[in-house]
Design a protein around this ligand. Structure first.
Ligand code: PLP
Length: 394
C-alpha cells in the first residue's frame, strides 16, 4: 500500500477551514461579541420562489409511480440542457446539448476535469486565485507555474510567450480580486492557447455579476474559444444554489487535441464516475432560466450589488484602495497599515469583530490584500462598513 504522497505537499488545511477555526476560537473566548462574517463566499438570500415551486412539484412527481424517476442521464436532463443553451443564445453563443454537462457544482468539475489530462502537463494558474485550482493539481503532482496578477496589470495577467503551459486556468470575474477580462483580453488568451495547443479551463462562476459593457460573461463570446476552452459555471452564486448544488460544464465538440475529442473523453469520464444531479434539483435549476426565475434571481443579485456599493463607498471615504465590487461580489482591498494579511485578519476580528479573507490565502501576490464579500446580509454589511469607518477613520 502506498499513499498519494502529493497530499502531504498540500497546505495543512483548506483556507476557509482555517478561517472557520480562528473565528470559532474567537467567539468561544468572547461569547458577548457580535461577529460579522464577511469572509467566506457563501450567499445569504434564499432560493427564488420559482425555484422552490419547481422543486416541490418535482418532489411530488417523485412520489407518484407514473412520474417517478430513477437514474437520469449522467450529463443532465435534456430540459435543463436546453434551458442552459437558451441562456447563452442572446450572447451569440450557440451550444449543442451534448456539449453541456450538468454537474453538482463548479468545484467538483474544476477538480474532476483533471482526470482527462496527463499528470505530466504543466498548468498555469493566476496568482492570486480560488485555491482549488492549485490544490487539485498539487494532489495530482502536476507542475504549476503562476501568472502574476498585481495592481500593475489590474489583476488581469496576460499571456507571456516565454511561459510554457499546457493547461491554463482563467477565472473571470476573478475570485478574489473581482477583476474581469474584456473580450479583447480574452481573445489574446484564446489566440495564445490555440497557437501553443494549450487548453483553457475557464471558470465563469461569477458571470452573473458582470455589469460593465465589453466584459465577457462566457469565453465562447470570443472567436476561436471553442477550439481551446472548457467552461465551468454554477448556479451557486447566480441563484443561491450553494446548498442546493447545481452547475454545468461546457466541453465543445470542436475541442480536440492530438485528434482526440475532449468532449468524448469527458463524457466517458462522467458516465463512469458520476450518476448525475438529482431530478428535483435539475427542475429547480431549470426554473432559474425561466423569465420569472431570472427576474427573481436578479432581485437577489441587486441586493448583493448594493452591498458591494456600500463597502466600496466606505473604502472610498477612508481612502483605502480596492478593486472589485462592480462586476463581482468581492471587494479586494489593501490592508491599511499591515503587510501581512493574516495579521490584518486578526486585527479586524479582534478590534471590529469583522471577518474577511486574508489575501495571502489566495497566493503570494495576495499578501497585503484582504477580500470582503458582498454576499452578507444587508444590515450586517452596513454595520461592517460602520465598524470599518470607526476603526480606520482619522
Ligand atoms: N469557482 C470559483 C471561482 C468559486 O469562487 C467557487 C466558490 O466559491 C466555485 C467555483 C465553487 O462553486 P460551486 O458551489 O458551484 O461548487
Amino acid at each position: 500500500m502506498k499513499l498519494n504522497h502529493n497530499y502531504l505537499k498540500l497546505n495543512e488545511s483548506y483556507l476557509f477551514s482555517t478561517i472557520a477555526k480562528k473565528v470559532a476560537a474567537y467567539t468561544e473566548a468572547h461569547p458577548d461579541k457580535k461577529v460579522l462574517r464577511m469572509g467566506i463566499g457563501d450567499v445569504t438570500l434564499p432560493l427564488a420562489p420559482a425555484v422552490v415551486s419547481a422543486m416541490k412539484r418535482a418532489a411530488d412527481e417523485m412520489g407518484v409511480k407514473e412520474t417517478f424517476r430513477g437514474y437520469g442521464p449522467e450529463q443532465g436532463y435534456p430540459f435543463l440542457k436546453k434551458a442552459i443553451a437558451d441562456y447563452y443564445k442572446p450572447r451569440g453563443v450557440l451550444l449543442e446539448e451534448d456539449e453541456i454537462f450538468v454537474s453538482d457544482g463548479a468545484k467538483s468539475d474544476v477538480g474532476n476535469i483533471l482526470d482527462i489530462f496527463d499528470t505530466d502537463n504543466t498548468v498555469l494558474v493566476p496568482d492570486p486565485v480560488y485555491p482549488v485550482y492549485v490544490d487539485t493539481n498539487v494532489m495530482a503532482g502536476r507542475k504549476i507555474v503562476y501568472a502574476d496578477a498585481t495592481a500593475e496589470n489590474g489583476f488581469l495577467p496576460m499571456p507571456d510567450e516565454h511561459t510554457k503551459a499546457d493547461l491554463i486556468y482563467i477565472c473571470s470575474p476573478n475570485n478574489p480580486t473581482g477583476a474581469a477580462y474584456s473580450r479583447e483580453q480574452l481573445a489574446e488568451w484564446v489566440n495564445y492557447a490555440n497557437r501553443c495547443g494549450a487548453v483553457i479551463l475557464y471558470d465563469a462562476a461569477y458571470e452573473a455579476f458582470v455589469s460593465e459593457e465589453g466584459l465577457a460573461r462566457s469565453i465562447y463570446e470570443v472567436d476561436g474559444a471553442k477550439e481551446c476552452a472548457i467552461e465551468f459555471c454554477s448556479l451557486s452564486k447566480t441563484a443561491g444554489f450553494t446548498g442546493t448544488r447545481c452547475g454545468y460544464t461546457i466541453v465543445p465538440r470542436e475541442l480536440e487535441r492530438g485528434g482526440v475529442s475532449l468532449n468524448k473523453l469527458w463524457l466517458r469520464r462522467q458516465t463512469t464516475k458520476f450518476n448525475g444531479v438529482s431530478y428535483i434539483v435539475q427542475r429547480g435549476a431549470e426554473a432559474v432560466f425561466t423569465k420569472e426565475g431570472m427576474a427573481q434571481v436578479q432581485e437577489n443579485l441587486a441586493v448583493y450589488r448594493r452591498n458591494a456599493a456600500v463597502l466600496a463607498a466606505c473604502l472610498d471615504g477612508l481612502g483605502i484602495r480596492y478593486t472589485g465590487g462592480k462586476n463581482s461580489p468581492y471587494i479586494w482591498m489593501e490592508c491599511p497599515g499591515f503587510s501581512d494579511s493574516w495579521a490584518f485578519f486578526d486585527h479586524l476580528l479582534a478590534k471590529a469583530n469583522v471577518v474577511g479573507t486574508p489575501g495571502g490565502g489566495f497566493g503570494k501576490n495576495g499578501e497585503g490584500y484582504f477580500r470582503l464579500t458582498a454576499f452578507a446580509d444587508e444590515t450586517a454589511t452596513k454595520e461592517a462598513a460602520e465598524r470599518l469607518k470607526t476603526l480606520f477613520g482619522k
